[in-house]
Design a protein around this ligand. Structure first.
Ligand code: NAP
Ligand code: GDD
Length: 385
């Protein structure tokens, strides 16, 4: 039975990857941080008590700041594959905590690679590199685009990227960089922009929130569906030789377009007034359902400069030719389907029956293993089977 070690297993990607590898028959080990409250909600549904003979996911306490422990874990587990996803992953927060971000997001990778080198364990290694490393480089960005990082997070990821390349070349390790563009899901952390929007739209429609306060509306991102992207991580480690790959959709949308699409799916048309920090998103029209809750002209979106970044990444759009050609990568979930599935989930969380077009689309395209997100949704049970 193949054995994998995942750092960051409690995160968005780690949880989807764990599910994916368990379904492939792997024994999955994950490193989790001790917290005063449980932080395992994304993996609770796949957890089986280790005393049971069918328990294939085993969790170990650890931290990326602790090299001795990382070495011990790798030495004892002897994983065939290591997926290094753990990081301080928020770009805005990295401006507030630059040294911490360097320590965890940058040096964390060194600690794992060096643990592999010192223990002599020949695991295959995946580094969660990021399109954020391209920074101000013009789109479309590919494996050969020159990196121009614009944040402490991007600089830390770039350091980790080059360490991965260096250990591959210096010590002949099978080590890959997946340079992944933004990928989202119902499990996305609540302070990343997409989830902030889908939660806010749902809260506004249920009367729990009055307005959505945003930063830069004009930044453009190449947004894909996270469960698809973890499949690519796995594929990169199954090749004959280790290499680095860009993974994205090759389509890009602005934050403003994301907001429009999310509201529209729920039955609210937004019109934009003003410019810069005076910009406002108001209700242009609504479906009948919201007549008693929203008024035409009501302000739903405003700008709060607190959410601006000291330096911004304006435009990310992937050139996926290499992954397409060598890994057979073809994104399956469209931008609209992604927004819809996130909206379906967040509407359910506030007790609103969702249109369900999103969940039906992802299930129809083979992501049945995300069903548990919707398991308690009476309204959807018949649809998703
Ligand atoms: P995420 O949801 O923020 O998850 C980050 C994970 O790292 C969590 O499990 C977190 O544990 C863990 N972690 C943080 N600090 C740690 C520490 N000191 N020691 C051990 N574990 C620690 O991130 P994600 O969206 O799943 O992304 C996964 C990886 O891909 C990250 O490295 C991210 O930078 C990178 N990436 C993400 C995207 C994207 O669009 N999602 C794109 C490109 C690259 P807790 O749960 O305890 O906080
Ligand atoms: N978070 C957030 N909150 N972002 C906002 C807001 C807001 O209120 N308003 C506008 N934005 C803009 C940001 O300025 C940025 O241009 C864009 O929305 C996306 O922000 P995030 O969702 O926070 O993601 P990110 O692109 O900075 O970083 C994510 O993607 C990277 C890959 O390119 C993270 O997942 C990183 O870990 C990942 O490496």
């Amino acid at each position: 039975m193949p054995r994998a070690l995942i750092t960051g297993i409690t995160g968005q990607d780690g949880s989807y990857l764990a599910e994916f590898l368990l379904a492939k028959g792997y024994e999955v080990h994950g490193i989790i941080r001790r917290a005063s409250t449980f932080n395992t909600h994304r993996i609770d549904h796949i957890y089986i008590d280790p005393h049971e003979s069918n328990a294939k996911m085993l969790l170990h306490y650890g931290d990326l700041s602790d090299p001795g422990l990382l070495t011990e874990l790798i030495y004892n587990i002897i994983p065939d594959e290591i997926y290094h996803l753990g990081a301080q992953s928020h770009v805005r927060v990295s401006f507030d905590m630059p040294e911490f971000t360097g320590n965890i997001t940058g040096l964390g990778t060194t600690r794992i690679l060096d643990a592999m080198r010192r223990s002599g364990i020949k695991s295959r290694f995946y580094q969660a590199s990021s399109s954020e490393m391209f920074g101000s480089a013009l789109p479309p960005q590919s494996e050969t685009t020159i990196f121009q990082p614009q944040s402490p997070y991007a600089a830390a990821k770039l350091y980790a990227y080059w360490l991965t390349v260096n250990y591959r070349e210096a010590y002949n390790l099978y080590a890959c960089n997946g340079i992944l563009f933004n990928h989202e899901s119902p499990r996305r952390g609540e302070i990343f922009v997409t989830r902030k929007i889908t939660r806010a739209v749902s809260n506004i429609l249920s009367g729990k929130q009055h307005k959505l306060f945003m930063g830069n509306l004009d930044a453009k991102r190449d947004w894909g569906f996270a469960p698809e992207y973890v499949e690519m991580m796995y594929l990169m480690l199954q090749q004959e030789t280790a290499d680095d790959y860009v993974v994205g959709t090759s389509e890009s949308y602005s934050v403003r377009e994301f907001i429009n699409t999310a509201f529209l799916y729920a039955g609210v048309e937004i019109e934009w007034l003003g410019e810069g920090i005076q910009t406002q998103g108001i209700v242009k029209s609504t479906s009948e359902k919201w007549n008693d809750r929203l008024q035409i002209g009501q302000v739903l979106v405003e700008i709060d400069p607190r959410y601006f970044r000291p330096t911004e990444v304006d435009y990310l759009k992937a050139d996926i030719s290499k992954a397409r050609q060598k890994l057979g990568w073809e994104p399956r979930i469209t931008f609209d389907e992604l927004v819809n599935v996130m909206m379906d989930y967040d509407l359910l969380q506030v007790g609103i029956t969702p249109p369900s077009k999103g969940i039906n689309a992802v299930v129809a395209k083979g992501f049945g293993w995300t069903n548990h997100e919707f398991a308690n949704a009476q309204a959807l049970k018949n649809d998703i089977g």
